[in-house]
Design a protein around this ligand. Structure first.
Ligand SMILES: [Zn+2]
Length: 299
């Protein structure tokens, strides 16, 4: 090739490169969702002996992944619309097997991805409350549980299970005659060393009162409180929060959701109680770390 030909080839290559960069910039400017998706893909978090608690951003819904060494468990599976995002997130974290999967209660924003989780991962134990619900999503979940090799554990108070060196205790549902499905939520307290994490599902004040009547303050104290019912005023009553006395609260909810979650009264309450708040609608996926002695935010 002549010198001139080589020069022309280089010129074209530079022009093509500039066009490519320009296209990417325009695409990201016009479609910020792409940027958001890229940001939500967190590379594998490996903390060695420490425990990681991921409050995964699944829009308006709940999904929390807990990892400790090579063990993993999942609390809720988000809404159906976020199933692909949840699958991607779990794959990015190198998850193949889940020792426990808790479906707190049968509402779609908690079990929408349940069938996917049961089909794509080796789930050892499924924990769920003994309540039925008539919906396609719930029936799909039941079918997937039946098809899987998972052991079914009914969420009942006082049941305690080992998760490596951590311990998972089911606090609720306590009664078997709740009229609101939210109060049937399996409430989980996870303890690692001297740190503890409370996962409220969508439990409302009726269940909170039952929990307070059954357990003493020592059994309810936690470092991190996953706000009940996406930060709604139906839950998170001041006396209950006073007993739990957390340092951090995490609210799992969708940006501009139709329910107005989290409610301003709850944000005010957290602020008055000096509780540091993280929100999946603002912060995206939140990841906290416990080394058994203290809790810190790593994302
Ligand atoms: Zn919910």
């Amino acid at each position: 090739m002549s010198r001139r030909g080589k020069k022309n080839k280089l010129k074209y290559a530079i022009i093509l490169f500039v066009i490519l960069i320009f296209t990417v910039i325009v695409e990201l400017t016009l479609n910020p969702d792409i940027l958001e998706t890229i940001n939500s893909r967190i590379p594998k978090i490996d903390l060695g002996d420490a425990m990681a608690v991921h409050y995964i951003d699944v829009g308006q819904g709940d999904a929390q992944l807990i990892t400790l060494g090579d063990r993993a468990m999942l609390i809720d599976a988000g809404p159906n619309s976020e199933e692909d995002g949840l699958l991607l997130y779990l794959k990015m974290q190198d998850i193949d097997e889940l020792e426990y999967v808790v479906f707190t209660h049968p509402h779609e924003d908690h079990i929408g991805g349940a069938d996917m989780v049961l089909e794509k991962f080796c789930v050892r134990n499924v924990i769920m409350p003994d309540v039925i619900h008539i919906s396609d999503t719930y029936l799909r979940m039941l079918e997937a549980v039946e098809k899987s090799d998972s052991k079914l554990i009914i969420a009942a108070p006082d049941r305690e299970y080992a998760f490596g060196d951590a311990s998972l205790k089911i606090l609720a549902p306590i009664s078997d005659d709740y009229t609101d499905l939210n109060d049937w939520s399996a409430v989980i307290r996870l303890t690692y060393g001297i740190t503890s994490f409370m996962f409220m599902g969508d439990a409302e004040k009726v269940s909170e009162n039952d929990i307070m009547n059954k357990y003493n303050g020592f059994e309810l104290k936690c470092d991190v409180y996953k706000a009940g019912h996406h930060g709604s005023t139906t839950s998170n009553s001041p006396p209950f929060l006073a007993v739990c006395d957390p340092e951090f609260a995490v609210i799992s909810c969708g940006k501009n959701n139709e329910y107005g979650h989290p409610h301003s009264e709850i944000l005010k309450l957290f602020s008055e109680m000096d509780i540091e708040v993280y929100r999946t609608d603002i912060d995206g996926t939140v990841v906290l770390k416990s080394d058994g002695l203290s809790v810190s935010k790593i994302k």
